[in-house]
Design a protein around this ligand. Structure first.
Ligand code: SF4
Ligand code: FES
Length: 250
């Protein structure tokens, strides 16, 4: 395939940034989007030019590190697919492809396509854990868990923290990420003791960094793990419950 790339280049957070055009010729349609960028970068390095910075780690849709806007869509045109799992056969020979970093004030650009997603870490630090005494692990079936709750918690735990939901949202909201992280703990008996405190703390940290949800559902459409916006409804319910219970506890 022969393609033209228009790639966002930005030297650092304070740089204004600009689009640069690159010729990406002789690209295999079986290569992934990141492998295509690897080929372009190898050619740039061979010419003595600076390669395009982009984030990646597992390249298996697991770690959540990758993620760019491709022709204006978070993770590109294939639904339920992270950038590293997107293949070039999704594009046509001769296409022009616009590649940009996530655009959200909660994710400042570090360089080129790399953004700082540490605001997600702040949300997790506020309550994305359960507190347990150390000791030997109990038998897995000692704590009964309802099948429907286990299935829902598992669906929520599929969130890889990529940030596509924020990038796709016109408000730059992080409700889907936060809701998924809350649900996979709040739905299980192990997460119940800290449910109220966790929900209040994580939602309030989220609101420090990100915009508000207006039910556009762009997040669900962009999510590579197809996390349902129903989890946002669960989060809102738990937040109201937490506000009431936490006040009574105080
Ligand atoms: S909810 Fe989906 S889009 Fe958002 S961070 Fe998790 S996996 Fe990525
Ligand atoms: S590189 Fe790990 S999810 Fe894409």
């Amino acid at each position: 395939m022969n393609l033209t790339l228009r790639v966002w280049r930005q030297a650092g957070t304070d740089d204004q940034g600009r689009f640069e055009t690159y010729d990406a010729h002789d690209i295999s349609e079986d290569s992934s989007f990141l492998e295509m960028l690897d080929v372009v970068n190898e050619r740039l390095v061979a010419k003595g030019e600076e390669p395009i910075e982009f984030s990646h780690d597992c390249r298996e849709g697991i770690c959540g590190t990758c993620g760019v806007m491709i022709n204006g869509q978070a993770h590109g045109p294939q639904r339920g697919t992270a950038t590293c799992q997107l293949h070039m056969r999704q594009f046509a020979d001769g296409d022009e492809i616009v590649v940009e970093p996530w655009r959200a004030s909660g994710f400042p650009i570090i360089k080129d396509l790399v953004v700082d997603r540490s605001a997600f870490d702040r949300i997790i630090e506020a309550g994305g854990y359960i507190s347990v005494e150390t000791g030997s692990a109990p038998d897995a079936n000692l704590v009964p868990v309802r099948k429907d709750a286990a299935d829902l918690a598992m669906d929520a735990a599929a969130c890889i923290g990529c940030g596509a939901c924020v990038a796709a949202c016109p408000n730059g909201a992080a409700q889907l990420f936060t809701a998924a992280k809350l649900a996979h703990l709040n739905l299980l008996p192990q997460g119940e003791p800290e449910r109220d405190a966790r929900t209040e703390a994580m939602v309030e940290v989220m609101e420090e960094y990100f915009g508000s949800c207006t039910n556009m559902a762009e997040c669900e459409a962009a999510c590579p793990k197809e996390i349902s916006i129903d989890f946002i409804a669960l989060m809102n319910r738990d937040y109201r419950r937490g506000k009431f219970h936490n006040r009574r506890t105080a």
